[in-house]
Design a protein around this ligand. Structure first.
Ligand code: NAD
Ligand code: DAU
Length: 331
C-alpha cells in the first residue's frame, strides 16, 4: 500500500512513520511536511532509505494533487497544533488546518483515495471538573480556541465530503498525547526540559485543569487499526482513560526527577482555558478490539523523561525560542 502521511515530521507523525516502518514493512510511505517550526526532517533520518520526503504545504493544491494521485491512502496529521500560538496569531491555523484539509479533500475526491483524518477531542469544547460525563462520538462540536475551531472546521469539511461526495474517509479525535519527539512548547516536554535546566515547572492558573493523557504509540496503533478496519464514514474517539489534573502530572514529574513536590510556579492562565477533557473510547474498542498498551502513566512518563534527558541536542534550540515566546506572553 502506498501511504501519504502529512505532517510526518512533527511529534505524532514522526512516531507514526517510525513505528509503521517496523509494524507495516510492506507500506511505501511518502511524507509531506512543510517543516514549520514544529517539523524536523532529521527525526526521520533512521528511515530515510525507506521513506520518501517531500517538503511542502498541504495548502498547495497542485503539489497535493500530484501526491494524492500516486497514493492508495492518506493519513492526515499536518496541522498547526498549539493553542497558545493560535491565541497569538490565528492565521496559520486557518491556512494549514482548514484550507490545507480542503485541498486534500478535493484531491481525495478526484482520485478516489482512502483518507484518515486526525483530529482532537478539543473540538467538543470542555467539561466541568465535577461532571462525570465524557466525550462520545455524538457530543456536539463546541470549540473554544482558534486552534480547536480550526480543527472542528476541518472535521466538518471531512464529514461533508463523506456525505455529499461519497469519499472513503474516517476520522479520529484523540486526547492529549505524550512521548518522545513532542515539541518543548507543550506542557509535559516544557516541564521536563525546565527541570533538566534547573527551572521550576510552570502551571497555568491553579493547575486544576484536567487532560486525558495517552501515549503516542497507543494513539498511532489506533490510527492504523482504524485505517485498516474502521468503517468508512465513521468517527472514532481515541483515549486511554488517563485523566489527571495538571498538578498531578507536575507532581509525578517532580517525583520522577528527584525534586521537592512544591518546586513549581503558578503563572498567568491561558485565556479561555478549557477546564477538562475526557474521552469515552468504547466505540473504537468494541468495533476493532483496540486497547491501550501503556496503562501505567508513571512508567510512560519515566520513559519520556529519559528520552529528553538523552536528546538535549534535539530540543535545546527550540527550547530557547519557545521560552522567549512564553516570556512575551507572560506565561
Ligand atoms: P506538531 O505541531 O508536533 O506537528 C505538526 C506537523 O505538521 C509539523 O511537522 C509541521 O511542520 C507540519 N505542518 C504544519 N502545517 C503544515 C502544512 N501547511 N503543510 C504540511 N505540513 C504542515 O503536531 P502534533 O502534536 O504531532 O499533532 C499532529 C496532529 O494530531 C494534528 O492534526 C493535531 O491536531 C492532532 N492531535 C494532536 C494531539 C496532541 O496531543 N498533540 C492530540 C490529538 C490530535
Ligand atoms: O486534547 C488534545 C490536544 O492536546 C491537541 O489537540 C493539541 O494539539 C495539544 O497541544 C494538546 O492541547 P492542550 O492545550 O491540552 O495541550 P498543552 O500541552 O498546551 O497544555 C496541556 C495543559 O497544560 C493545559 O491545561 C494547559 C496546561 N499548561 C500548558 C503549558 C504549556 C500549563 O499548565 N503550563 C504550561 O507551561
Amino acid at each position: 500500500m502506498k501511504v501519504l502521511v502529512t505532517g510526518g515530521a512533527g511529534f505524532i507523525g514522526t512516531n507514526f512513520v517510525l513505528r509503521t516502518a517496523s509494524t507495516r514493512p510492506d507500506w511505501q510511505v511518502t511524507v509531506l511536511d512543510a517543516l514549520t517550526y514544529a517539523g524536523n526532517r532529521a527525526n526521520l533520518d533512521g528511515v530515510a532509505d525507506r521513506v520518501a520526503f517531500v517538503e511542502g504545504s498541504v495548502a498547495d493544491a497542485d503539489l497535493v494533487d500530484s501526491l494524492v494521485c500516486d497514493a492508495d491512502a492518506v493519513v492526515h496529521f499536518a496541522a498547526e497544533s498549539h493553542n497558545d500560538n493560535s491565541l497569538d496569531d490565528p492565521w496559520p491555523f486557518i491556512e494549514s488546518n482548514i484550507i490545507g484539509t480542503y485541498r486534500l479533500l478535493e484531491a481525495v475526491r478526484r482520485h478516489r483515495v482512502r483518507m484518515h483524518h486526525i483530529s482532537t477531542d478539543e473540538v467538543y469544547g470542555d467539561l466541568e471538573l465535577d461532571d462525570p460525563a465524557r466525550f462520545t462520538e455524538s457530543t456536539p462540536l463546541n470549540p473554544s480556541s482558534p486552534y480547536s475551531a480550526s480543527k472542528a472546521s476541518a472535521d466538518l469539511l471531512v464529514r461533508a465530503w463523506i456525505r455529499s461526495f461519497g469519499i472513503e474517509a474516517t476520522l479520529s479525535n484523540c486526547s492529549n498525547n505524550y512521548g518522545p519527539y513532542q515539541h518543548v512548547e507543550k506542557f509535559i516536554p516544557r516541564q521536563v526540559t525546565n527541570v533538566l535546566m534547573g527551572i521550576k515547572p510552570k502551571l497555568y492558573g491553579q493547575g486544576s485543569n484536567v487532560r486525558d493523557w495517552i501515549h503516542v504509540d497507543d494513539h498511532n496503533d489506533a490510527v492504523v487499526t482504524i485505517l485498516e478496519n474502521g468503517r468508512p464514514g465513521e468517527t472514532y474517539l481515541i483515549g486511554a482513560d488517563g485523566e489527571r489534573d495538571n498538578r498531578q502530572i507536575v507532581a509525578l514529574l517532580l517525583e520522577l526527577m528527584d525534586k521537592p513536590p512544591d518546586w513549581f510556579d503558578l503563572v498567568t492562565d491561558r485565556p479561555g482555558h478549557d477546564l477538562r477533557y475526557a474521552i469515552d473510547s468504547s466505540k473504537l474498542r468494541a468495533e476493532t478490539g483496540w486497547s491501550p498498551r501503556y496503562q501505567d502513566i508513571r512508567a510512560g512518563l519515566a520513559q519520556t523523561i529519559d528520552w529528553y534527558r538523552r536528546n538535549e541536542g534535539w530540543w535545546r534550540a527550540a527550547k530557547e525560542r519557545s521560552e522567549a515566546m512564553y516570556a512575551r506572553l507572560g506565561r
